[in-house]
Design a protein around this ligand. Structure first.
Ligand code: TYD
Ligand code: MG
Length: 460
């Protein structure tokens, strides 16, 4: 097979194009893999030819000796605060030294803003280097100035070649390194354009390896597009220790950051921020903002207590049920799983005797929050029922619970904590699964424990 070889400082290396589906290799790029016929799967790759060349990244390589798990000395890794308690919590109580953190999100959602604010705060405690590949030094500096940040100790670099970035970082020896963004960084070893899957993967591998060797923490910024058309940061998820994603849309004021992977903390932990003219501000009581608290009770609205990561949170689920003129009535969800809605409506028909086959059903979670847990089931069903009957639920009612296919209400995790959260925000009544009923009564709170869907419906 003919492979192209180039000489560079790191030694001789060759590049091939390998198929990400079947692994077969080709000398030239093509739209379709000649072996398996998959489209758009050929990715440029480096093959190291001799052992003399610089070793290629190959995951974490420790000492190669077998030992007993209890014999490994465990040292708690030092953590440093980013200055945002919301961000610290999502990271798992601060930024761990030598960790690699990927921050993903749509363009314009606030990744650069969050990082310049965090870096300014971090620079008061550790050395920091902010590498910008997207904005000019003037733009970054102007933004820091406009946000009124104490950024006199922040070191800046405008560079996109990964070897040069690492050479300079080696001189500066920062405690925290920011790469904004990984899509602009490239290595000379590959010919593909910056932002392509192979460039993103290879550059990130160098950076992550540097972080592990030097003990520097790195933040990698990555853009994701809705279609995932651009070489998204998804290919990096397995390389880094922590993956944070910005949720919600750029048009709303609130920004939710969720940990989707974390080697040093809980996943699904969320941090809530408010985008203001002075940058991002943390919201420490998110329960207060995702609930619209209508003056008068309105139909189709139900407050539920969700638990994201380690914190319970009140969110509002809204439903609209209207007569359908379509052969296939619509089941539309925003912030929830659509299939789950279809399943719940089937359970309601079979075990509650209420059919919505001639109705369009729309369900939305207020504030751009995404609910992935099954504890939302009860709220979804009750809001749909409330809308269909145009009957409002009381203002001071909160619910949670999973619904099984047999029409039973199943318990969810951390019921006590959820009930307490509702009581704390002034709710007077909760409908909860029987198994989540607290052993002792809570003052000022009526707990309605239900075991079957019909019992919950009767409460309406
Ligand atoms: P930015 O951090 O540049 O987004 P990203 O790096 O994720 O692409 O955020 C840009 C958006 O944030 C832009 O639409 C304007 C808004 N913004 C504010 O509303 N207030 C501010 O103080 C700043 C700095 C940005
Ligand atoms: Mg940016």
């Amino acid at each position: 097979m003919a492979v192209k070889s180039t000489a560079s400082k790191g030694g001789r290396h060759k590049t091939v194009f390998s198929c990400s589906e079947c692994g077969s290799q080709a000398a030239k790029w093509a739209g379709q893999c000649g072996d398996c016929g998959a489209w758009n799967t050929l990715i440029e790759d480096i093959i190291t030819t001799s052992s003399k060349t610089a070793p290629r990244y190959s995951g974490y390589a420790g000492e190669s000796a077998v030992c007993n798990i209890t014999d490994v000395s465990v040292v708690a890794r030092a953590r440093v605060s980013t200055g945002f308690s919301e961000l610290d919590r999502v990271l798992g109580d601060g930024l761990v030294n030598g960790s690699a953190v990927l921050i993903g999100g749509d363009p314009g959602i606030g990744k650069s803003t969050l990082l310049i604010q965090a870096i300014a705060s971090l620079s008061q405690r550790v050395g920091t280097l902010y590498v910008t590949g997207e904005e000019s030094l003037q733009q970054v500096s102007m933004r820091a100035h406009r946000l009124g940040l104490a950024s006199d100790k922040v070191r800046l670099l405008a560079e996109t070649q990964v070897q040069r970035i690492l050479a300079l970082a080696d001189k500066e020896k920062p405690g925290v390194l920011v790469i904004d963004s990984i899509q602009t960084v490239y290595t000379d070893q590959l010919n593909s354009a910056p932002g392509s899957v192979s460039q993103v993967r290879e550059s990130a591998a160098h950076l992550v390896q540097y972080a592990k060797q030097s003990g520097t923490s790195i933040f990698l910024v990555g853009h994701v597009t809705k279609e995932g058309a651009l070489a998204g940061p998804r290919v990096l998820e397995h390389m880094v220790d922590t993956v944070l994603y910005f949720e919600g849309d750029a048009s709303s004021r609130y920004r939710v950051i969720r940990a989707v992977k974390n080697r040093f903390g809980a996943v699904n932990e969320v941090g809530v921020f408010d985008m203001s003219e002075k940058g991002l501000r943390e919201v420490s009581n998110p329960s207060a903002i995702f609930v619209s608290r209508h003056q008068e009770p309105v139909s189709g609205s139900v407050i539920m207590v969700t638990r994201e990561g380690t914190r319970p949170m009140l969110v509002e689920v809204q439903a609209l049920v209207t007569e359908s003129h379509l052969p296939n009535p619509r089941r539309v969800t925003v912030g929830l799983d659509q299939n789950r809605l279809a399943m719940l409506l089937a359970v309601l028909q079979r075990h509650g005797g209420i059919a919505m086959y001639d109705q369009d059903v729309f369900v939305n979670v207020v504030g751009g929050v995404r609910l992935s847990e099954t504890a939302a089931d009860l709220a979804v069903i009750l809001s749909a029922l409330s809308s269909m009957r145009d009957k409002a639920l009381p203002n001071d009612l909160a619910v949670f619970g999973e619904i099984g296919l047999a029409g039973e209400i199943r318990p969810v995790q951390n019921g006590q904590e959820r009930i307490k959260e509702a009581a704390q925000y002034g709710y007077k009544r909760v409908i909860v699964p029987l198994a989540n009923k607290p052993a002792r009564p809570i003052k000022g709170l009526e707990v309605i424990a239900v075991q079957q869907l019909v019992e919950a419906i009767e409460q309406l």
